[in-house]
Design a protein around this ligand. Sequence first.
Ligand code: 8YV
Length: 311
Amino acid sequence: MTSHSEHQVRVVQLGGLMPFLREWLDERYAAPELADLGDPAGVVVAVAGGGAPVGAAEMDALPDLRAVANFGVGYDNVDVDEARRRGIAVSNTPDVLTDAVADLAAFLVVDVLRGLTAADRFVRSGAWARGERLPLTRDVRGAVVGVLGLGRIGTAAAERLEGFGAQVHYHSRSPKDVAWTYHPSPVELAAASDVLVVLTPGGAGTEGLVDAAVLDALGPDGYLVNVARGSVVDEDALVAALAAGRIAGAGLDVFADEPHVPEALLGRDDVVLLPHVGSATVQTREAMGRLVLDNVDAFLGRGELVTPVPD
Ligand code: 8YV
């Protein structure tokens, strides 16, 4: 531990950070947690992660704050409008996690179609040994995978799924220069899809985008995969659609109120539930951490962030 009292503290940790990144920040900048910060004067950069909120209250507590470096490509935890009003710049960690999250999206598509996680439970429960049988599952080849949000991660997921022989359809705010089939609305995409894969950003602009109408368009043979943000899906509508058999199943890495998962999902064999692990590999999390440090260094050195969030 570096003694904070001997230094002018310029960087503060806003919580939600992984232990390795907390160590790096402490070693490099002697950066305390906000709760342990004495005098906030002179703190110009705050580092946040794990969805820890950064809003007016945090900004009020740091009168000299000029930049927020967020550990994560998603920055729906940061009140960017409030930051902009106060002249506070915000960075995220794009690109370095694209492959890991796209991998997980593709794995969940394969899992829901082939029933892998349910099959693992079948073996562990002794059902196989007792001579019980699992129902047959579905081929990935030929399945229509509808990517909702064709950004960096959506595109990388689509490429992977094409490798499995799936047909890619998508919806984004506008059509992209790609060979995949565009649909002008989430409902139309869902109606055409066997698996709808949510890969939009979170935040107010996409809240509840996947609602009961989208789930009904997906239909009783359709699956939902969400590796984006829980807020994009109306979770109550999802629970109701699964309970009524109005969709076939779901693969979920994100939830509306993490780490809380709706009780009604826990006992269901037609859902795969993961604890928000899209980017959770050693290599990817370290690369995200290095990019956070690059942003902090660049801001302290020349007043600029390396990967500012888009306007
Ligand atoms: C992380 C994520 O789980 O990058 C994001 O937006 O959701 C994930 O990579 C999280 O941000 C790290 O705490």
